[in-house]
Write a protein that binds this ligand. Sequence first.
Ligand code: CA
Length: 365
Amino acid sequence: MQKIKALIVMALLLAACGGNSGDGADAKSSAAKQKSYQWKMVTTWPKNFPGLGSAPENFAKLVARMSNGRLKIKVYGAGEVVPAMEVFSAVSSGTAEMGHSAAYYWKGKAPASVLFTAIPFGLNAQEMNGWLHYGGGLELWRELYAPFNLVPFAGGSTGVQMAGWFNRDIQSLEDFKGLKMRIPGIGGEVFSRAGGTAVSMPGGEIFTSLQTGVIDAAEWVAPYNDLAFGFHNVAKYYYFPGWHEPGAMLEFTVNKEAWQSLPDDLQAIIEGAARAINQDMLDEYTARNNAALIQLREKGVDIKSFPADVEEALRKFTDEVIAENVANDAMFAKVYASFDTFRKNVMEYHRISEQAYFELRDANL
Ligand code: CA
């Protein structure tokens, strides 16, 4: 009887502590639940730019509703608080609590970051989501960003991108010689090895750079976003597919102290909203790229793929560039081992599922 009484008392105590070890965490958590938070989110995109810019706005609206206004996030476009390419540093230092960008822009700070956006001949959107959320990818991403005081989340995918806009008809690898192209990440390194010169610049600068001849070619995203920037007015040829970005994954980043200051329910709201917006962006691109492609065709854009020798060379140079990155950076090697194993395994099944189905459907419709 005495023993049962003791057990009941213990159970009641545990329930009152919410499972905590009684270190005052409960009092802290109920105080935090009353508190309201006003956060800033800086982004790499022009304010309200279709897809890329609307995703962080949708995220902020969803978080405000889910938290009943306890967590309000104001979203800033590129240049409003910090320039497009300083989002990582701004969130790392706490200038802003959150950021929305793409990990491969931070290649200079952490070479392995490119693996969390896209690498040439890498994973598509569906596979990337599988690797991040059920294949160990997100844990590695958190490990990579921990020294920078950042907690990353998947922040939406554009799906397979286009290879980009060129002002020259690419008939062989020779035609890459001397070409200056806006192309970030590992794709840029490969393009340089193939004879061109890779340039990195924010999306908002591409149109003018193409128009004035500062660059001869540029990749941005795909029909929906490329039409919005009007690239068809300044380049003639539009190449597919996006060999360099087969499923570009964007990122939400949260400053680590800001993250730790939130009570558990607001952390769960950020996790849930990020996951929802991650899927929502892919849905939007899946629906809107088709409509934009039709418009680009109607405007007379020449839409074509690279000749076989160019595709083969890009594949060969990618292997070289990846091998060098693996040899030069221990974290790149660690993340790439996980990425590459996942790719090999998922390709086995996708050959007889997604890929086989597309071929079957194409042959019958
Ligand atoms: Ca791109």
